[in-house]
Each structure stands twice: as structure tokens, then as C-alpha cells.
Design a protein around this ligand. Structure first.
Ligand code: PGA
Length: 249
């Protein structure tokens, strides 16, 4: 069975309380005509509770951008999966390349965070992707499938989750891989998911992320094994994000 697509907006470290009007506008648009996808917004942690309140009863889910593996404790500045859930989140992005590169997150740490998300009842969106150097060296498939092997714990079997393929060089750069490159990587990811998780691995949407915008969304979203998108910059404004959702047709 084809997984239901997921379009998730990653606000990163952007957004103040005033930005909640954008979230409301997206929910209002989806209330007009049924959404072709599951839609989520992942604001900074400061806005999760307010956004969840603003979007209550709507079709738009709220997610976190990271969590710590432990449930609680002396970890100044960190946030647990349980706390995200308590604030109204139902998903969490894990292993984003900005966390892997900027905070030294390893596949093993990401896997521990995935376990935490499952423990708290959050759906993890696990990010993988190669750097430009890795792609140019011909290692893209090996790097990405290695990340999928090591960042996804066995306990995902039977659980709802998504994988996001985000080439590091495509994030925030305006560059995107060719459709053939996207299809090749997504097929390789699906192969690993199918082998490791059987029907659960078949049901998990594989999102593409990296410079998705309204002008390239339709082509990308209709490519083989692309089960949605993780959208950064173009998710901050409803006028940019809504056409991406609607590009699914
Ligand atoms: P971008 O970011 O859409 O701004 O390229 C995507 C992401 O980092 O999730």
C-alpha cells in the first residue's frame, strides 16, 4: 500500500508568537478542501504549545525539531520527547544535518533519540543525507543507506515513522538533485526499510527535503518513492507553503 504523503515544515530557529498567524492560515486553507497529505509544522520549541493551541481541531499537526534521548534530568537547555508531547507535539524531526554537523550527532545518538520519541508516543521523522564531497566521490548511496541502517533502531518495527532524504548541499542553497538522483536514493532507502522492517518499512513515507519550493514541488512530489517533503525556508509563509501541499494534486 502506498503510504499517505507527509508534508512537514521545519521552521528551524525562526518564528515569534506573531508567526502563529501563518500556521492558522495554513489550517484555514486545509479546512476549505481536504488535504492531499498529512501536514505538520515544526516550530522552535518556544512556540510548540502556543501553536498546538492555535491549531487545535485542525488538520495540521505540530512537531518538534529535536529531543534529548533521556526522559528528564540535569540537562540544561535540552528538551525531552515527553516534554514535546506534553506541549502538544505529535511528531519530532531527528538527525537533521544541522544537528549532525553543528552538534556532533552520530547515527547512534540519533537512534537513541528515535527510541525516546517512540517511548513518548511521538512519530519520528529521521533525516539522512550526503554532503557534496560525498556525492562527488560517488558515495551518496553508501552514506545514506549507512545512515538509515544505523540511525533507525529495530524497535521501529510496527511503528509509524518517516525518513527524510535531505542532501546536505541542497538545504537552504536553492540547489536540488535531479529527479533521477532523488529516485535513485529513495529506492535505495526503500530497499533498506523493506528488508529491515517488512510491511512497516513499506508503509513509512520517504520525504525529500532541500530547497523544496512551489516551483519544483509538483515534479519532486510525484517522483517514484517520494512520499512527501520536509520544507525549511518555504514553510515559514503560508503563501509559500500552501502551494507545496497543493502540488500533490
Ligand atoms: P530548506 O530546508 O527547504 O530551506 O532547504 C530544508 C530542511 O533543512 O529541512
Amino acid at each position: 500500500m502506498k503510504p499517505r504523503p507527509l508534508i512537514a515544515g521545519n521552521w528551524k530557529m525562526n518564528g515569534l508568537a506573531a508567526s502563529l498567524t501563518e500556521a492558522r492560515a495554513i489550517a484555514d486553507d486545509l479546512a476549505q478542501t481536504a488535504s492531499p497529505a498529512e501536514v505538520a509544522l515544526c516550530p522552535p520549541a518556544t512556540l510548540i504549545a502556543q501553536m498546538a493551541w492555535t491549531l487545535r481541531g485542525s488538520a495540521v499537526l505540530v512537531g518538534g525539531q529535536d529531543c534529548r534521548a533521556e526522559a528528564s534530568g540535569a540537562f540544561t537547555g535540552d528538551i525531552s520527547a515527553e516534554q514535546l508531547k506534553d506541549a502538544g507535539a505529535s511528531l519530532v524531526i531527528l538527525g537533521h544535518s544541522e544537528r549532525r554537523a553543528g552538534h556532533g550527532e552520530t547515527d547512534e545518538l540519533v537512534a537513541a533519540k528515535v527510541e525516546a520519541a517512540l517511548r513518548a508516543g511521538l512519530k519520528p521523522i529521521i533525516c539522512v543525507g550526503e554532503t557534496l564531497e560525498e556525492r562527488e566521490a560517488g558515495w551518496a548511496i553508501a552514506v545514506v543507506t549507512g545512515q538509515v541502517e544505523d540511525s533507525l533502531p529495530e524497535t521501529l518495527g510496527g511503528k509509524a515513522f518517516a525518513v527524510a532524504y535531505e542532501p546536505v548541499w541542497a538545504i537552504g542553497s536553492g540547489l536540488t538533485p535531479t529527479i533521477e538522483q532523488i529516485v535513485e536514493v529513495h529506492a535505495a532507502i526503500r530497499g533498506v526499510l523493506r528488508r529491515r522492517f517488512g510491511s512497516t518499512g513499506e508503509a513509512a513515507p520517504i520525504l525529500y527535503g532541500g530547497s523544496v519550493k512551489s516551483s519544483n514541488a509538483a515534479e519532486i512530489l510525484h517522483a517514484d518513492e517520494v512520499g512527501g517533503a520536509l520544507v525549511g525556508g518555504a514553510s515559514l509563509k503560508s503563501a509559500d507553503f500552501i502551494p507545496i501541499i497543493r502540488a500533490l494534486g
